[in-house]
Write a protein that binds this ligand. Structure first.
Ligand code: ZN
Length: 168
């Protein structure tokens, strides 16, 4: 293994799981993630007294082999696919309400959903790889609905139904 690789460390407001699931990555990816995770956790109301757990999981192909990519599978002990299902359900419930109530319900569905919050923070704050001819390397269950690659293929979307993939 490349000696310069390191795991994504815990911060003030979040903590990460241990290796081997939190696999060592390049330092520039680790520090970019640490910056974004701290912003996410603080924004969601966590702090030193209660740090939110962010769980990395095994990545298999491509960029993972040289430490350029990481996969996040859980936030606060809940799988990303379950956060996504909950988000869809709350949005579905909101669609039955009158316009003003609907806006409030949608805002609340997003604000309370740690999976959605994490994805949006990574999308807004993270400077991820964008290889020539390829889209920004941020994929997850929200990609088709929230971007950045709204034209994501069914295959790629299915491959990321339960985790967020980031590369740098
Ligand atoms: Zn991945």
């Amino acid at each position: 293994m490349n000696a310069s690789l390191r795991i994504v460390c815990s911060g003030t407001s979040y903590r990460t799981n241990a290796p081997p699931l939190n696999a060592p990555v390049r330092p520039e990816l680790a520090s970019e993630l640490e910056r974004a995770l701290e912003c996410f956790a603080r924004g969601a109301g966590f702090g030193p007294q209660e740090r939110v757990l962010v769980t990395f999981g095994p990545g298999v192909v491509g960029h993972h082999q040289n430490g350029r990519a990481a996969d996040i599978y859980e936030v606060a002990g809940v799988g990303l696919h379950r956060w996504f299902d909950q988000w869809l359900r709350h949005l579905g419930e909101a669609s039955c309400a009158d316009p003003i109530t609907r806006q409030n319900l949608i805002r609340r569905a997003c604000r309370q959903n740690l999976g959605w919050r994490l994805y949006k923070t990574l999308q807004t704050l993270g400077r991820w790889a964008r290889p020539p001819g390829y889209p920004v390397q941020l994929f997850g269950p929200w990609t088709r609905l929230e971007g950045p690659l709204r034209a994501i293929s069914d295959r790629l979307l299915r491959a990321h139904f339960d985790h967020i993939h980031i590369a740098k």
